[in-house]
Write a protein that binds this ligand. Structure first.
Ligand code: CAA
Length: 258
C-alpha cells in the first residue's frame, strides 16, 4: 500500500505512522485521516507489531481538521456524511497499544487524534488545545469528551470555551500526557516507550489496554469485575506461564504472543 500524506515504517516490533503534510501543518483532511486509519488497521492486524507509534513533525503533530476542506460544507452535507466520519475513530478502536509522540501544535482534531491514542509523550515544545470555538464551532472528534476525562471538567471547560493553548508542562500536570521530554529527544524517548510495550506479550498487552479503557466506560464495580475476569483469562495463555516461570528461574521471558 502506498500513502501520500503519511509515512509508514517498522522498527523491530513497533509500527511507526508519521503524519506528513508539512505545508498545512498536518491539517487532517479526509485523505490523511483515511490513510492514517488504513495503515493503523494494517499494523493492528499484524501479529509482528506489538505497539503503534503515531507522530508528526517538529512544528506540528497536527493543527486540526482541515479548515479549508470543511469551510464550505453545509449542514445537510455534514449530517449526510456523518462528518467527523468514522474514519477518525479508527485509532481509538485498535487493540494494539498506541503511543502518540507530540511535538509542536496538537490543536483541535490534532489534539483529538493524540487523545485517541493510549498514551501521549510530549516534546517540551508541544501545545495542546481545542480552538474550535474561535472558528464558531465546537470539537467534533471527541475533544469535549476525552479532554474532560483526561483533565477534569474545570480545565476542559476553560480550554474548550476560551480556545487557549496549553503547553507541555501544563498538560503533564493536568494528566493529559504521560511524560514530557526535550523536543530534540522526542522520537528517541517515544521509541523507547513504544519499544518497551512492544517487548511485552501482545495478547497480554491487549488485555491490559482493554481493562484500563473500561475504566472510562463503566462503574467501578463492573470495571473491577471485568478486570478480574480478564486477569483470569491470562491464565489461559502460554505467555502467563512463561512470564512467571522466567521470573522464578531468574531468566528473561521468551514471549510466544499466545
Ligand atoms: N486547516 C487547514 N490549513 C491549516 C490548518 C488547518 N487546521 N492549520 C494550519 N493550516 C495551514 C495554514 O492555512 C497555512 O497554509 P498557507 O501557507 O497555505 O496559508 C499553513 O498551514 C501554515 O499555517 P500558519 O501560517 O497559520 O502557521 P502559523 O505558525 O502562523 O500558525 C497555528 C500556526 C497557530 C497552528 C495556526 O495555523 C492555526 O491556528 N491553525 C488552525 C488551528 C485550529 O483552529 N484547529 C482546529 C481546526 S477545527 C477542528 O479540528 C474540528 C474538529 O474537532 C475535528
Amino acid at each position: 500500500m502506498t500513502y501520500e500524506l503519511i509515512q509508514v515504517e517498522t522498527q523491530d516490533r513497533v509500527g511507526v505512522l508519521t503524519l506528513n503534510r508539512p505545508d498545512a501543518l498536518n491539517a487532517l483532511n479526509a485523505q490523511l485521516v483515511r490513510e492514517l486509519g488504513e495503515a493503523a488497521q494494517a499494523f493492528d492486524q499484524d501479529p509482528e507489531i506489538g505497539c503503534i507509534l503515531v507522530t508528526g513533525m517538529e512544528k506540528a503533530f497536527a493543527a486540526g481538521a482541515d479548515i479549508k476542506e470543511m469551510k464550505d460544507k453545509t449542514y445537510e452535507q455534514v449530517f449526510a456524511e456523518d462528518f467527523i466520519t468514522d474514519d477518525w475513530e479508527v485509532l481509538a478502536k485498535l487493540r494494539t497499544p498506541v503511543v502518540a509522540a507530540v511535538s509542536g501544535f496538537a490543536l483541535g482534531g490534532g489534539c483529538e487524534v493524540a487523545m485517541m491514542c493510549d498514551l501521549i509523550i510530549a516534546g517540551d515544545s508541544a501545545k495542546f488545545g481545542q480552538p474550535e470555538i474561535k472558528l464558531g464551532t465546537i470539537p467534533g472528534a471527541g475533544g469535549t469528551q476525552r479532554l474532560t476525562r483526561a483533565v477534569g471538567k474545570a480545565k476542559a471547560m476553560e480550554l474548550c470555551l476560551t480556545g487557549r493553548m496549553m503547553d507541555a508542562e501544563e498538560a503533564e500536570r493536568a494528566g493529559l500526557v504521560a511524560k514530557v521530554v526535550p523536543a530534540a529527544d522526542l522520537q528517541t524517548e517515544a521509541m523507547k516507550t513504544a519499544g518497551a510495550i512492544a517487548g511485552m506479550s501482545l495478547p497480554i498487552a491487549q488485555r491490559c489496554k482493554e481493562a484500563v479503557n473500561i475504566a472510562f466506560e463503566t462503574t467501578l464495580n463492573e470495571g473491577v469485575r471485568f478486570e478480574r475476569r480478564t486477569f483470569h483469562s491470562t491464565f489461559a495463555t502460554h505467555d502467563r506461564s512463561e512470564g512467571m516461570d522466567a521470573f522464578v528461574n531468574k531468566r528473561k521471558p521468551d514471549w510466544q504472543h499466545r
